[in-house]
Design a binder for this molecule. Sequence first.
Ligand code: NIG
Ligand code: FE
Length: 412
Amino acid sequence: MKLLLLNIKELLQVRENPPSKVAGKDMATLPTLKNAWLLVQEGKIKNYGSMDALPAIEGFKTIDCKGKIVLPAWCDSHTHLVYAGNREQEFVDRIKGHSYQEIAANGGGILNSAKKLQETTEEALYNQSAKRLEEVMRLGTGAIEIKSGYGLTTAAEMKMLRVAKKLATNYPIAVKTTFLGAHAVPAEYKDNKEGYMDLVCGEMLEKISEANLADFVDIFCEDGYFTVADTERLLEAAKKHGLLPKIHVNQFNAIGGVAAGVKYNALSVDHLEVLTAADIDALTGSETMPVALPSCSYFLSIPYTPGRDLIEAGLPLALATDYNPGSTPSGNMNFVVATACIKMKLTPEEAINAATINGAYAMGLSETHGTITKGKVANLIITKPIPSYGFLPYAFGSNCIESVIIKGKLIS
Ligand code: NIG
Ligand code: FE
């Protein structure tokens, strides 16, 4: 089916020969086309141009976009969308003064989610996760990364990844999967972290690669979780299975995880709420994308990633949700973009670049996603009539999205 979008007030992120990512000063530029049309055919962006020179196109369904802005659907490169139940009680405990780390140390946190997930059937886990995926698609997400990490046994980690793969099959959204067995040390290994690392780097990695369940590997490199030595050991083992790293680093402490990630060619290093000059040095000249997760900072009341420092150092930056039951129970990329502007002082242009082209890069999808380019997948957000694209982060509490097109299909 052909879909023709007409009278688009402004078409954003239009790039004829797109780079794989944008960095530093270039992040301030968001190329756009005013008063435009765009043709979708067979799930791809077939063509676009100015309304002043609209060619005759036959056999299409038209959508009038008068007063509306069209942009690439969000690319959310960091989520834990497959999980069981919720952690509302821990949320209330935190309001009452207990810290996130304190709750985790008392058996809550990731271990709480792992217990729930192990007790949940694969079918129930799929149904809960599918609901979340449908919600984020309606909120404009067109490509998403989903991690394991709430299984913490070989069987439960594989169950999570199978659910993510099934979502990929049943929905038009692009899904990349990441093996995060090293998310927390399970209670059974409390005094034997090495034993758990043996399991993660051995059996889990082997079975998951054999079943082709993961595109990437991840580890929570943080005081109280896994060390830089654990990280290097896992990344070395994962390299043999051809899995590129995308790792959790510097959420609470800077212990050298950024440099370890860069050393192993990580596609991304994520969180970075605590960032040192040495971390910025390590990233300089690398191909690793720094990823900020501002709705996690918002929910936990922890510092925001110093995105301005990264951009001013000439580095790129991507934005993602971190959708998970503990630190960020929200998969809303619109809120992420707004929060990046409000709290991290990114301009709307920088934030939109970070949530589209750079998000696509951070999950290995730059060839097909993240920009308005002929031949790329037709993943589009059509806004309600709004005054300008700056209105998207400005009106942070409003839903400015009228409809979403994913792989050429109208979602809402
Ligand atoms: O990215 N920091 C590690 N993992 C998740 C949250 C884990 C949880 O609390 O369930 C995150 O914030
Ligand atoms: Fe995370």
